[in-house]
Design a protein around this ligand. Structure first.
Ligand code: GLU
Length: 382
């Protein structure tokens, strides 16, 4: 096999990549120990991506599988409390392994444990997103898992496929790789049906494609194809391409770059476009800001909205809500995600950004709406 990177591989073009590894890859079935040689090869692959200037986030399972061995929990399904106890024991081991492997290669590793609520509740979502952004900006490699020890049955992801897709969405990643024990999607279960055909590209997740996923297998560490398709839906809607690929061979990511078989799910739009479409499509903006002519010119030139250019604010909104932006004449010219709540916005509008810490007592963003979070609506007035 050639070691050349295929220039047209979606992986080569990606700027920010989330890689998810499942428990069955990471933990040796018989001994219940970390599969070190394999993990080293994965880490080498991730560092290669980073050396090329691509940012990497790893979503790693394995805590429960590692912890259950340590606690000598019998084979078979675990009760919720048992799997939470196992996760508490296993997560330390997992983190330790990543720390050793990465820090010996001069890379700082950061552990982030998330719950479903962290990705569903707006404020927590924004905080988690800001943390990931900061870690990446500082050059750390975030290693993420679900916070299994506190997530109760009803509010649990339970599978890291969907968690990884949420992370990809949250981080604005443009590529998600699910390393798994299957090499991709087939028209039927290849173990049972000899006529099953491999699908290498999916541009739309139709009911027909859904049907190929079958039902999700239950139990830890086996999300099955159904959860992978759910993950694909989340990723693609966020403008992130996703692939399902075989993780068992050593150097699983490098193999992929070199053209190993896998299934790609391709979105219609980039993460930035998908986000802007989502902002523009908000059914009911939570409030509205009226701006002056100077701010309008800045917006039309593609700049952010600063508090100084805002003359009025109405509505009830929280940081992270979508609001309308109105011209002095009251015409809706843009929509965006606001960085302050209505009460804080009321205090800082018309003021210079440098005064924000004095007025509010904390240092928030300089912009009321950052240009990345702002979308101009159709034909804008001049
Ligand atoms: N969070 C679980 C663990 O680390 C794994 C969930 C999954 O395998 O998808 O053990």
């Amino acid at each position: 096999m050639s070691t050349r990177l295929q220039a047209d591989s979606p992986l080569a073009k990606a700027r920010r990549i989330v890689v998810k590894v499942g428990s069955a890859l990471l933990v040796e079935g018989r001994s219940g120990r970390i599969n070190r040689a394999w993990l080293e090869s994965l880490v080498e692959d991730l560092l290669r991506l980073r050396r090329r200037g691509q940012q990497v986030i790893l979503v790693s399972s394995g805590a429960i599988a590692l912890g259950r061995r340590q606690l000598s929990l019998a084979k078979g399904p675990l009760r919720l409390e048992e799997s939470q106890a196992a996760a508490a024991v296993g997560q330390i081991r997992l983190a330790h392994a990543y720390k050793e492997l990465l820090e010996s290669r001069q890379v700082t590793v950061a552990q982030v444990l998330l719950t479903l609520e962290d990705s569903e509740r707006r404020r927590r979502y924004l905080n988690a997103r800001a943390t990931l952004e900061t870690l990446l900006a500082l050059g750390a490699l975030p290693v993420i898992n679900e916070n299994d020890t506190v997530a109760t049955a009803e509010i649990r992801y339970g599978d890291n496929d969907r968690l990884a897709a949420r992370v990809a969405q949250m981080a604005g990643a443009d590529c998600l790789i699910l390393l798994s024990d299957v090499d991709g999607l087939y028209t039927a279960d290849p173990n049972r049906d000899p006529r099953a055909q491999f699908i290498d590209e999916v541009r739309q997740i139709t009911p027909e494609i859904e049907a190929m996923g079958g039902r999700s297998a239950s139990g830890v560490g086996s999300g099955g194809m159904a959860t992978k398709l759910l993950a694909a839906r989340i990723a693609v809607a966020a403008g992130c391409r996703m692939c399902i690929a075989a993780g068992h061979p050593r150097h699983p990511v490098r193999r992929l770059e070199e053209g190993a078989r896998c299934t790609w799910f391709l979105p219609g739009a980039s993460p930035a476009t998908a986000r802007k479409q989502w902002i523009a499509g908000t059914l009911r903006p939570a409030g509205a800001l009226t701006i002056d002519h100077g701010a309008l010119r800045a917006l039309l030139a593609g700049r952010s909205l600063l508090p100084a250019g805002v003359t009025g604010a109405r509505g009830q909104f929280e940081r992270g809500d979508t609001v309308s932006v109105l011209t002095p004449e009251g015409i809706e010219v843009a929509r965006g995600i606001i960085a302050y709540s209505d009460s804080d916005a009321a205090k800082i509008i018309g003021r210079q950004s440098a005064q924000i810490p004095d007025i509010l007592g904390f240092r928030g963003r300089d912009e009321l709406i950052h240009r990345d979070d702002l979308v101009l609506l159709q034909s804008s007035p001049t």
